[in-house]
Design a protein around this ligand. Structure first.
Ligand code: PHB
Length: 395
């Protein structure tokens, strides 16, 4: 990344290039200004590892493309959003107003992503969401300049509702953080679980990113449900899985959730995660040529195993590349960008997927089980699952 000083020094050059007629319309031409991409991700806090994995994945695809997307050399600008919705609007404006980025990529936390979506809608800036599942991003906020490379909160949750009901469980307790991702995950689970004969008897919550689970675990033990459904991720998921086992619940009440519970967390969770069943649009044992090549390249570049977040970052760059190639690097052509992305088949390590009219992946949701520190794929919970995109006028 260049420093702020270096960036300021290059602004007159960009202005001069524009004056010479090298405007965005002919951006693919030699000498086109760099494409400024703003990465707004958590680099501190409970989701810090997720932000890093997304950036790693994004950079890997970019490197494979020789540092260019849509014919334009890419320059990255970074902001740590701390997964803090209260700072989100200021943070996104650092990228949009101060750095004048052409494209926003972010973020992990649904509440922060909503602030990004609002700014993207108001300013027309292209936004690629590489994780946050906030249903509204591809619901009421859907827009040709907003696309997601990850999932909606509804998707893995709905798939899990069917799985838990089909496994014969009747009464479930849910436990999550009280914010959009937790609320929508529980809602999606409940919709499918209750449609298939189950009943959610209690919904437990604690504020994000609190990890004092003890009182709630005691309440679960007292309720004696057939199953527990949970949404936690990052460092919070590590602690929850360990605390659930330490409370003796793992032996008596099966725990289910979207795969964030066990993705990027297995080293830290150790044996306490063994056997957990989750639903997710990625897994560690797909063993396809595409995924094997991705995993090898990622491990070589970062000395780390990739996870679902790395894949979403990689695919965010792929989607940007597809859209920008179609508009020859001209970010102002939003309708054409969206049309190209919606026509494409994204060749993802997770398996090929498409993008809906609302801008959300239509993708297989795998059933996975933890064994030997891997999220092993044991089936497909839901084939080509599309988010219902409730409230999106484009869908
Ligand atoms: C979200 O806030 O939407 C979110 C955060 C972390 C995850 C998944 C979803 O792993």
């Amino acid at each position: 990344m260049r420093t702020r000083r270096a960036l300021c020094a290059s602004i007159p050059l960009i202005a001069a290039a524009a004056a010479l007629g090298l405007a965005a319309g002919s951006a693919a031409a030699q000498g086109a200004p760099k494409l400024k991409v703003g990465l707004m991700l958590p680099y501190t806090g409970t989701y810090a590892a997720l932000g890093t994995a997304i950036e790693n994945g994004f950079r890997l695809h970019l490197a494979e493309q020789g540092g260019k997307l849509g014919g334009r050399e890419v320059e990255l600008f970074k902001v740590d959003d701390e997964s803090d919705p209260a700072k989100a609007t200021d943070n996104v404006n650092k990228l949009v107003k101060r750095d004048q980025v052409d494209v926003l990529v972010g973020t992990v936390h649904s509440g922060v992503a909503m602030a990004m979506a609002k700014v993207a809608k108001e300013t027309g800036t292209l936004l690629v969401v590489p994780n946050a599942g906030a249903d509204a991003v591809t619901g009421p906020f859907c827009s040709p300049n907003i696309v997601r490379s990850s999932f909606s909160n509804w998707q893995p949750a709905y798939a899990m509702g069917e799985v838990v009901a089909n496994r014969g469980h009747k009464k479930a307790v849910t436990i999550t953080w009280k914010y959009a991702a937790g609320d929508e995950s529980v809602k999606g689970f409940k919709e499918a679980f209750e449609k298939n004969g189950g009943q959610v008897v209690k919904e437990l919550n604690l504020p994000f990113p609190n990890v004092e689970f003890q009182a709630l675990l005691t309440e679960i033990a007292a309720s004696k449900p057939d199953a527990v459904y949970t949404f936690f991720a990052g460092a919070g998921a590590v602690k929850f899985v360990k605390d659930y086992a330490a409370a003796g619940l793992k032996k008596t009440i099966p725990l289910y959730g979207p795969g964030f519970l066990t993705d990027g967390t297995l080293e830290a969770q150790g044996a306490d995660a063994d056997g957990l069943i989750t639903t997710m649009h990625y897994g560690d044992s797909l063993n396809t040529p595409r995924d094997n090549a991705f995993r090898l390249a990622y491990a070589k570049a970062y000395k780390l195993q990739p996870d679902v977040y790395a894949v979403q970052g990689y695919d965010a760059a792929q989607i940007l590349g597809i859209g920008l190639t179609a508009v020859k690097g001209d970010v102002a052509k939003k309708a054409e960008f969206a049309a190209a992305v919606q026509k494409a088949r994204i060749d993802s390590p997770r398996g090929a997927f498409t993008i809906s009219k609302a801008g959300n992946p239509v993708q297989d949701i795998y059933l996975r089980q933890v064994s030997a520190k891997e999220n092993k794929v044991i089936g497909v919970a839901s084939k080509a699952l599309a988010d219902p995109a409730r409230g999106c006028k484009a869908s």
